[in-house]
Design a protein around this ligand. Structure first.
Ligand SMILES: Cc1cc2nc3c(=O)[nH]c(=O)nc-3n(C[C@H](O)[C@H](O)[C@H](O)COP(=O)(O)OP(=O)(O)OC[C@H]3O[C@@H](n4cnc5c(N)ncnc54)[C@H](O)[C@@H]3O)c2cc1C
Length: 547
């Protein structure tokens, strides 16, 4: 179907953002065809294929596309993003005055699982789950990545950790979270950890500080600052801060830069984002004795089409952990190490504790107006000699004048509504609600946790993924440990008696813990990152992880 040349009218909007950011599949394929003409009927024998085909324009795929475009100093690389969803939100939903998360418009569940309660699935939209994620982005400790391929660790430490922290805003402290409530809670927590009152917390002296604006002799309690992907102050004079980070604005800017540089000539456009195309399979062939991807098969409007991969091209699979595994299982059934695809699957162990404490329980001298805080504690558990499991606690707190359990009631609001701000300034916070979310790392290389193909076909006629997760004793031990630490944090921050708010009628802390089976939103991608050790990674031994 031919794409509209101008922004379409919907029932309610003129789709300027969609048309300015995206291209139709027809436009993308036409731009690669040497044997056809430009709209002004001049020949386009200079047309070239896309060198990089990114499958999935979500968090990772979106940011990668932007980086590839900017990093190509030769101005010759052509990049194509194939995304199953459409353009929906221009930035993180919390940056928009939507008063809550949008409904189910973009969410879809492509797989089946043995996990009770299932999963929310994927956000099928340009920007993917980055438009909805919580923003907690702690840097991994050196000791957590000793098993990772050396090359990956070096690249992360020498470049990508710092680059990412700067881009998303976690390298700066207090640019967005500050105030007396925050300072008071941080001090209580720092004292608790120092006096060994928070079991399993890693002492602050043993943790690195990853803030670039902390001054020459940074105070240790700055290590409790929440590593949130929120930028509240401008990165440079003259810039606006991005607020809560998502991939969508980056991708939009990159697409616009590509458009402007092309002078409106699609043949010269170096980045195209094609939404509403569902990739079903990668076709392989033999080149110079190696198995390579030669075509990307996809479906749009129920019709199968293909995008050719040139000899020097790369295909990057960025569909999230489960769907990337599914695509690889469907596409590469006969590689020497196909049996490793989908293995070593891990998720987060997760618990939530919410407490509501009277304002009078906190140190005196706090201002009367409503305030918020966000803090972070890193912990570990020794399973045995030199064998540790890691977790962290995400702590959010809000002062409230009405009983509620929403510890984020005043966090992540971008739009300055003057009437509301005045009301907040005058609110008398009788209560402070604190939520402590424990996030623990499951044991890796558990043969009981994996992604395989189920017998069921999806609406595109392809086998769905089946996700199995089985907990080990190690997982349960880490989970108990994390809950103990969360209980201790609750006691330290409330100073005295605690009234659990998340379950009424309970008097001790333990029953207030809401232990989910596993984190149903956030899968840890990293330990499954394609590496260079064939016994541990699902890449072809001679592959580079990209084709
Ligand atoms: C509510 C929530 C809170 C979270 N909080 C945090 C947090 O605080 N910190 C943190 O680190 N992580 C958090 N996460 C997890 C984090 O958002 C994800 O790990 C991350 O966004 C995954 O990025 P991705 O690029 O792998 O996948 P996605 O962003 O999901 O991108 C995958 C893309 O692939 C597209 N796609 C899927 N199938 C196809 C197909 N067949 N063809 C073409 N395109 C396809 C999808 O439409 C999507 O756009 C949270 C997630 C959720 C849902």
């Amino acid at each position: 179907m031919a794409s509209s040349k101008t922004a379409q009218l919907t029932d309610f909007t003129v789709d300027i953002l969609g048309r300015y950011m995206c291209n139709g599949l027809d436009e993308a394929l036409h731009s690669t065809d040497k044997n056809t003409q430009r709209p002004d009927r001049s020949p386009q024998s200079d047309a070239r294929p896309f060198n990089a085909i990114i499958i999935g324009g979500g968090s990772f795929g979106g940011i990668l596309a932007q980086h590839l475009l900017y990093a190509d100093k030769t101005n010759s690389y052509r990049i194509l993003v194939l995304e199953a969803g459409r353009h929906s939100l221009p930035e993180h939903f919390q940056n928009l005055p939507l008063n809550g998360q949008p409904g189910s418009e973009v969410w879809g569940l492509a797989w089946r699982t043995n996990v009770a309660g299932g999963f929310p699935g994927l956000a099928y939209t340009v920007g993917g789950r980055s438009l909805f994620f919580g923003g907690w982005s702690p840097r991994l400790l050196d000791e957590e990545i000793t098993q990772w391929p050396a090359q990956v660790v070096t690249a992360l430490k020498q470049q990508y950790f710092d680059e990412a922290a700067k881009q998303i805003g976690t390298d700066a402290s207090n640019d967005f979270m500050h105030g007396k409530l925050h300072i008071a809670l941080r001090q209580l927590l720092a004292d608790g950890i120092k006096n060994h009152k928070v079991r399993h917390a890693i002492p602050l002296a043993q943790l690195p500080l990853h803030l670039s604006n902390a001054g020459p002799n940074p105070l240790e309690f700055l290590k409790l600052e929440a590593p949130l992907a929120v930028q509240g102050t401008p990165p440079l004079p003259g810039y606006f801060p991005v607020n809560k980070f998502s991939a969508a604005p980056l991708l939009m800017e990159a697409a616009r830069i590509a458009q402007v540089r092309s002078g409106g000539d699609d043949v010269k456009k170096r980045l195209m984002i094609v939404p509403d195309v569902h990739v079903t399979r990668l076709v392989t062939g033999q080149r110079n004795g190696a198995t390579v991807v030669t075509q990307v098969l996809l479906k749009q409007f129920g019709i199968e089409q293909s995008v050719p991969v040139p000899e020097d091209g790369v295909v990057i699979v960025a569909l999230g952990t489960i769907e990337s595994s599914r695509l690889a299982l469907i596409s590469f059934p006969n590689l020497p190490n196909t049996n490793l695809i989908g293995q070593n699957f891990i998720a987060h162990l997760r618990s939530n504790v919410t407490i509501r404490i009277p304002r009078s329980a906190l140190p005196p001298g706090l201002p009367a107006d409503s305030e918020s805080s966000a803090l972070f504690v890193k912990g570990k558990f020794e399973h045995g000699p030199n064998d540790f499991g890691y977790f962290h606690l995400q702590i959010t707190a809000s002062g409230l004048d009405k009983p509620s359990t929403d510890s984020e009631s005043q966090l992540f609001k971008k739009i300055p509504e003057v009437d509301l701000l005045d009301a907040l300034r005058q609110a008398n916070d009788d209560q402070v609600v604190i939520t402590i979310r424990g996030i623990g790392q499951m044991t890796s290389r558990n043969p009981g946790s994996k992604v395989t193909l189920s017998g069921e076909l999806d609406e595109f006629g392809m086998p769905r993924a089946f996700v199995e997760i089985s907990l080990t004793n190690r997982d349960n031990n880490l989970w108990n440990t994390m809950d103990e630490a969360a209980d201790d944090v609750a006691k330290r921050t409330s100073l005295r008696s605690v009234r659990p708010a998340s379950r009424s009628g309970q008097t001790d802390l333990r029953p207030s813990t809401d232990r989910g089976t596993i984190d149903q939103a956030a899968f840890c991608e990293a330990p499954r990152r394609p590496g260079h050790n064939p016994s541990r990674s699902w890449n072809a031994p001679d592959g580079d992880g990209s084709q």
